[in-house]
Ligand binder design. Sequence first.
Ligand SMILES: [Zn+2]
Length: 281
Amino acid sequence: MTDNYLKRQKIISIVAIASSITACSIAPGTSPQSGLNQPLSKIHTALQDPAKGQIKAQLPPSAQVENPTFTIPAKFQGKTVYKVQPSNNEKVIALSIDDGPWPKTTLEMLDILKQNDVKATFFWVGQALQANPDLAKREVAEGHAIGNHTWHHWYRQMDEATAKSEIDRTADLIYKTTGVKTALFRPPGGFLNNGLAAYAKSQKDAVIMWSLTSADTDPHAKPQAFVNNVLKGAKPGFIVLMHDGGGDRRRTVEALPQIISGLKQQGYRFVTIPELLQMKE
Ligand SMILES: [Zn+2]
């Protein structure tokens, strides 16, 4: 674990504490903490029970209207996915963006994606989501797909109860904030053997890895290097890794327009990961 990572965890904690006061105002009359501890099935029961309509009224408008659900075909349930091989080698590619929602950089990336009519897949960290619920709502409203990236972004070995809590607590907050249910899970750091991926698979989630990284976590590289990494390595059906949060991602923001235009020049069409998983192989 790097110093940078610890520093960033500290920043996340401070942001999370600072925002917990505003988070209370989202759901008046209910403690966010008690909501987080409720399993999804309980929330569902409450939604279906007219006598408890109060809970529905507390959900954000997006949750009441759309309730996007990012499901996956049966063949990917409980499986680890690095890429998809589309039929006819069709030039599709999926951008995946991790560790947000994050102040400023997420907003800037959303603007760039919108200007270019590109839909991406964002993997949220529960703590960051708790601190930035409005950014999360905008991501969903603009048609991006959402995945679960755990509550704390821990790399260490976890027992089953901890792994369950890391994933379920985040899933509950994703649902509570945006009405989204997702079967996409990405393990922090891509670690597949610390208990998290095993728990996600037991829940029939797809463990979504990547086939190409922008390497935007390299603290010394210039934005042009991220652009080159993606444009030189792109292949049909690939999942590209980049970050909007978890640190200073200004260089990723700077690289994103060239990544998009370069891939378009190569003939690629952008799809979300749920769309990619639906494609015929
Ligand atoms: Zn991450």
